[in-house]
Design a protein around this ligand. Structure first.
Ligand code: ADP
Ligand code: MG
Length: 477
């Protein structure tokens, strides 16, 4: 038996308008090389100037993960050669990162687990090589060069691909709550390098790790990790040794393959960048950020559990995005009803439909007010759960709010006991054998009658009323 050990390095692109050391735009999708100025191109004679906004954003994250925000941090040069890196070095932070020693809570199988975060440091992104657009030659697009990144490094605390995904999702939620990253994974705004090793269960010492590069969807991370675990087990079981290296995940072939042998920090010849001053953060600057922090996901989660009595699962699902949490609270308030009922509809039917249509909560075809209107009719028993589904679908299709749909489609419940009694009489007449059996003591058949009457009423009869009337009729002979 082996235990899996995973540590993630997540690159969150900071949502600034301009780059980390220049005033060029960070907007995505422009024509190649139209958003790279002399600083991003690494031309001689220019100097980088730090964008203060990135310091604020990094500090925000630091405070949100209960980390130490360094009073003094230092930019360093990480030297390597690559065509998309014009300066021949990347400006990053090395010995003195801006954020140290934080943690993040994840929820896994109904339990909470704390994952330690080693550090988060600021750095610039490199450009992009394009090996496909031109015949026989590679193109370089430097629009992305100099885009601000916050690299968030976890301790090797994760024990399964599932935990890794939970951690990644939680961090994804957090950076969006903080408004420091748009979280757009398709555009590469939030990407992950996953370090993974295995060790015999019970062994203290960590196994040799491999690093899987640039995984840009939750699904790929999970698949890549699972495939890599299998590969490492195969290597060890067949008497070999896992080699420390960087590997690439090929989604088409669903395999990982070696990219390069793992470089050592020494290979990068790190040294403090002489063009940049150390970053010094004043306590007042931090205080200001602290006061302006929004309610954080974990605080919201705790509040949802306490204030509304929701389970850990419901609360963690609802706080998945600020918009979803707000939608839930707005609906609940407007419905004036039960939190659990509201949570069920938001997490279940609504999220289901949104996923099916690939929509975000902000694009929901049912507004919080509309859903609240339906929940009110459920709570006051105007409609049954079954009819609610019909009403819900009609609202999604744009047929208006619950009350008018109930009216228009004739979904009003049958409350008239005379009408229900008539249905019961018909059912009794149609099923003489069951009636005889029931009267002879086969109590279990009662459910059968309830079902038949409900069906005959097309779900519009009130089950409690049906129960009562049925009992009287069946027992009165
Ligand atoms: P580097 O800077 O060379 O990428 P670090 O030591 O900073 O290496 O570690 C990078 C990531 O790898 C961290 O997230 C860390 O938790 C993780 N890690 C380190 N050792 C292991 C291991 N044996 N197995 C799995 N993950 C590991
Ligand atoms: Mg690394």
């Amino acid at each position: 038996m082996y235990e899996t050990v995973i540590g993630l390095e997540i690159h969150a692109q900071l949502a600034t308008k301009s780059k980390i050391f220049s005033s060029a735009s960070t907007a995505y999708g422009a024509e190649p090389n139209t958003q790279a100025c002399a600083v991003d191109l690494g031309l001689p004679g220019v100097l980088p100037v730090l964008n203060q906004e990135v310091v604020r954003m990094a500090a925000k994250l630091g405070l949100a993960i209960g980390a130490e925000v360094a009073q003094r941090s230092v930019f360093a040069r990480k030297n390597y050669f690559y065509p998309d890196l014009p300066k021949g070095y990347q400006i990053s932070q090395y010995e003195l990162p801006i954020v140290k020693k934080g943690q993040l809570q994840i929820e896994i199988d109904g339990e909470e687990k704390t994952i330690a975060i080693t550090r988060a440091h600021l750095e610039e992104d490199a450009g992009k090589s394009d090996h496909e657009a031109f015949q026989g030659v590679s193109g370089i697009d430097l629009n992305r060069a100099g885009t601000p990144l916050l690299e968030i490094v976890s301790e090797p605390d994760l024990r399964s691909p599932k935990e890794a995904i939970a951690y990644m999702k939680k961090l994804h939620t957090l950076v969006r709550y903080l408004d420091i990253c748009d979280g757009n994974m398709q555009e590469g705004s939030f990407r992950c390098d996953a370090n993974i090793s295995i060790r015999p269960l019970g062994q203290e010492e960590l196994g040799t790790r491999t690093e899987l590069k640039n995984l840009n969807s939750f699904r790929f991370v999970e698949r890549a990790l699972n495939i890599e675990i299998e590969r490492q087990i195969d290597v060890i079981e067949s008497g070999g040794k896992v080699v420390q290296e960087t590997r690439l995940y090929d989604a088409d072939k669903n395999e990982t393959r070696p990219m390069r042998s793992k470089e050592d920090a020494n290979d990068y010849r790190y040294f403090p960048d002489p063009d940049l001053l150390p970053v010094v953060i004043e306590p007042a600057f931090l205080d200001e950020i602290k006061t302006a922090l929004p309610e954080l996901p974990d605080d919201k989660k705790q509040r949802f559990m306490q204030q509304y009595g929701l389970s850990l699962y419901d609360a963690s699902t609802l706080i998945g995005s600020r918009e979803l949490a707000d939608y839930f609270e707005e609906t609940l308030k407007a419905s004036g009803g039960e939190a659990k009922l509201c949570a069920n509809w938001v997490i279940g039917d609504l999220t289901g439909l949104l996923n099916k249509h690939n929509l975000e909560i902000g694009d929901s075809k049912i507004s919080a007010t509309q859903l609240a209107g339906m929940l009110r009719r459920l709570s006051d028993k105007t409609i049954t759960g079954k009819i609610a589904k019909t009403v819900f679908e009609a609202m999604w299709k744009g047929e208006g709010d619950a009350d008018s749909i109930i009216e228009k489609r004739g979904l009003k419940p049958i409350t008239d006991s005379g009408a229900i009694e008539q249905l019961i009489d018909e059912i009794i007449a149609k099923n003489p054998k069951q009636v005889a059996d029931y009267r002879a003591g086969k109590d279990k058949l009662f459910g059968f009658f309830v079902g038949q009457v409900m069906k005959a009423s097309k779900g519009k009869a009130n089950p409690a009323q049906v129960n009562e009337l049925l009992k009287t009729k069946l027992n009165s002979n």
